[in-house]
Design a protein around this ligand. Structure first.
Ligand SMILES: Nc1ncnc2c1ncn2[C@@H]1O[C@H](COP(=O)(O)OP(=O)(O)OP(=O)(O)O)[C@@H](O)[C@H]1O
Length: 271
């Protein structure tokens, strides 16, 4: 497990800092408002590389807003204003020289409802690759097999790659969407409640996949499911009212939270 450099905790500004070589995303005093109404309040948080970090907290606390901020999905929403700093591998994501298309390749995002495109399984995974660069077919096929294998889907679809993606089950569709994201080799995968629309067996497959993927990239998971956060994440950030309340090792946050507010949420005394 990564050892934080510093762990200074107060009820106002909990801060855990990782060494630069351990830190993938660095969020510093980040504030975001919709039409002037704050959704994230001066949030400071480091996301460690090659680990799973869970964002938990009551509905409306700002979890999805923070995920969307990390790959600049708010750019087209004119009502959004923000200040502060988010860095990916030390680079300010809002710097003028930041290429947003390249940022979104490096920071993939998977949503609650599986959203395969209306095309074949093969073409879904090839989609981002085709936008990115021209590849010889052999090379493209290799990447598609690698991405589907990484998403634990290859064995189930290898004989029907050219059938419609919409013929897959919901759980398979979600793994296909993850394969599509992996194919362009992101550094970070943001998962916004990726299993909440799935049955228990598909949910366990997604959880196993998340645990396995951290050897390849950094994962951030938004979930309402406390057991899921405890099962798959290494670190947990608890947000409330747009503020970071507590951040620490998942084992510590779940078994020995520092703050009463965290304990109340985790034990279901606050929803
Ligand atoms: N596009 C938007 N325009 C205006 N307000 C928004 C928008 N999206 C979110 N909000 C508001 O920002 C706050 C944070 O919302 P957000 O969706 O990030 O919370 P959340 O923690 O992800 O909630 P949930 O767990 O219910 O998905 C809420 O008050 C919400 O109403």
């Amino acid at each position: 497990m990564l050892a934080p450099l510093t762990s200074a905790q107060s009820s106002q500004t909990p801060v855990i800092t990782f060494a630069p070589e351990q830190c993938c995303l660095s969020i510093n005093q980040f504030h975001l408002a919709y039409a002037g109404k704050p959704a994230l309040r001066d949030l400071t948080l480091d996301v460690p590389r090659h680990r799973v970090t869970a964002f938990i907290g009551p509905s409306g606390c700002g979890k999805s807003t923070l995920l969307r901020a990390i790959n600049r999905l708010h750019d087209l929403n004119e009502s959004v204003s923000h200040r502060g700093y988010i860095a990916l591998e030390g680079q300010d994501i809002h710097a003028p020289q930041m290429n947003v298309t390249e940022l979104r390749r490096r920071v993939g995002m998977v949503f609650q409802t599986p959203n395969p495109f209306p095309m074949s399984i093969y073409e879904n995974v090839a989609f981002g690759l085709r936008l990115q660069r021209r590849l010889p077919k052999r090379k493209r096929d290799d990447i598609i097999e690698w991405a589907l294998t990484s998403a634990a889907l290859w064995d189930e679809v290898k004989d029907r790659l050219h059938r419609s993606a919409w013929q897959l089950s919901g759980g398979q569709q979600q793994r296909l969407v993850i394969a599509r994201t992996l194919a362009v080799q992101p550094d970070v995968l943001l998962l916004d409640e990726p299993a909440s629309a799935l049955d228990p067996i598909s949910t366990l497959k997604i959880e196993e996949l998340i645990r396995n993927l951290k050897s390849q990239l950094t994962l951030v998971l938004v979930t309402h499911n406390m057991q899921q956060a405890a099962r798959v994440s290494d670190y947990t950030a608890f947000l409330q009212n747009g503020e970071l309340v507590e951040f620490g090792l998942t084992d510590q946050v779940f078994t020995n939270p520092r703050l009463q507010r965290t304990e109340n949420y985790i034990t279901g005394r606050m929803t």
